[in-house]
Design a binder for this molecule. Structure first.
Ligand SMILES: C[S@@+](CC[C@H](N)C(=O)[O-])C[C@H]1O[C@@H](n2cnc3c(N)ncnc32)[C@H](O)[C@@H]1O
Ligand SMILES: CC(C)=CCC/C(C)=C/COP(=O)(O)OP(=O)(O)O
Ligand SMILES: [Mg+2]
Length: 293
């Protein structure tokens, strides 16, 4: 791991700088991100997510269209669907014992890590390129009194500071579109124990469509990422001793989230690209759970 001139807030421990100029751009992107659609949803219960939602919208919970509280109710509902997404990811980790260590690769502000610790009682390590996100996640964990078990750090997920075979489960929740998949799965495969479980929830382009559609290109430009195809995921896993145990198309389950989000005051402008590409079949919201063999 390269150590450069960036230091932690207390100035004691040097932390690694970006491995590439691209990673520097992504670190800056997430250091400056403060979209209300993420912060106001997180404020609902203190779990801050940077991923999307799944499940049916509970229309009864939203009240009447002219309800003065409707916007608040929409935010609560969108947040409920985002937490439901993280719950499904955690369901696919299988049984995890309290003495295990889990790794969240590309952990964002740490919402999924808190949920994992609350569910399994185990240690959860997160890595993100963004110092602001790591500070945010560590502050939240401390506030919750779980700072000894849930820790975020600034680190490249292609070069993680975990010993070979030391991890029972690891995941990428909407973070694998920032890296080369062969490099990513080689690193998960290295840190996972044989018999360990890897889970990803991701947006991927659908090889049946042919090539990335204009909507997929728009999503890439919006987030400065590089969406991979479903075929690339499966091939890179197979090449790295990760054998899919479940491949679940979550596209129908995520559409209600997007359709509700498109009606809210917190729209960001990317809603049409997601809705159109999910509907024309060029893009899929996929969960893959794989065994490390
Ligand atoms: C869309 S956010 C997802 C955050 C989180 N998984 C969640 O569900 O809330 C993408 C995350 O990937 C991280 N990321 C992107 N490339 C990375 C890399 N090479 N190493 C570590 N983290 C990375 C970003 O810093 C950011 O935290
Ligand atoms: C499924 C795909 C392709 C995801 C790309 C990665 C990404 C930016 C996810 C959501 O982050 P966010 O919660 O910060 O985004 P938003 O502000 O749109 O809610
Ligand atoms: Mg969001």
């Amino acid at each position: 791991m390269s150590v450069t001139d960036i230091t932690t807030a207390n100035g004691t421990a040097p932390i690694p700088g970006p491995a590439t100029p691209y990673q520097g751009d992504i670190a800056r992107y997430w250091d400056h991100e403060a979209r209300p659609v993420n912060l106001r949803l997180g404020d609902v219960d203190g779990l801050y997510h940077h991923h999307y939602g799944i499940g049916d919208v509970d229309h009864a919970s939203l009240g009447e269209p002219d309800d003065s509280e409707r916007e608040k109710k929409v935010i609560t509902e969108l947040h409920r669907l985002e937490s439901a997404q993280a719950d499904v990811l955690l369901d696919n980790l299988g049984a995890v014992t309290p003495d295990a260590t889990l790794v969240d690769a590309g952990c964002g502000r740490g919402g999924s890590m808190v949920m994992a610790h609350q569910r399994f009682g185990c240690k959860v390590e997160g890595v993100t390129l963004s110092a602001k996100q790591a500070e945010f996640g560590n502050r939240r964990a401390k506030e919750l009194g779980i700072g000894g078990s849930v820790r975020s750090r600034v680190c490249n997920m292609l070069d993680m500071p975990f010993a070979t075979g030391s991890v029972a489960g690891s995941w990428n929740n909407e973070s694998s579109m920032y890296v080369d998949l062969h490099d990513l799965f080689a690193e998960h495969s290295r840190i996972l124990a044989v018999g360990g479980r890897y889970v990803t929830i991701t947006g991927c382009w659908n090889p049946i469509y042919g090539q990335p559609s204009k909507w997929v290109s728009q999503i890439n430009a919006h987030f400065e990422c590089n969406i991979h195809s479903r075929r690339e995921y499966l091939r890179a896993m197979a090449d790295n001793r990760l054998v899919p145990q479940a491949v679940i198309d979550l596209t129908p389950a995520t559409l209600p989230y997007w359709e509700l989000r498109a009606t809210s005051s917190l729209v960001t402008g990317i809603e049409e690209a997601f809705i159109s590409s999910y509907k024309d079949g060029s893009f899929q919201y996929l969960l893959i759970a794989a065994d490390r063999v």
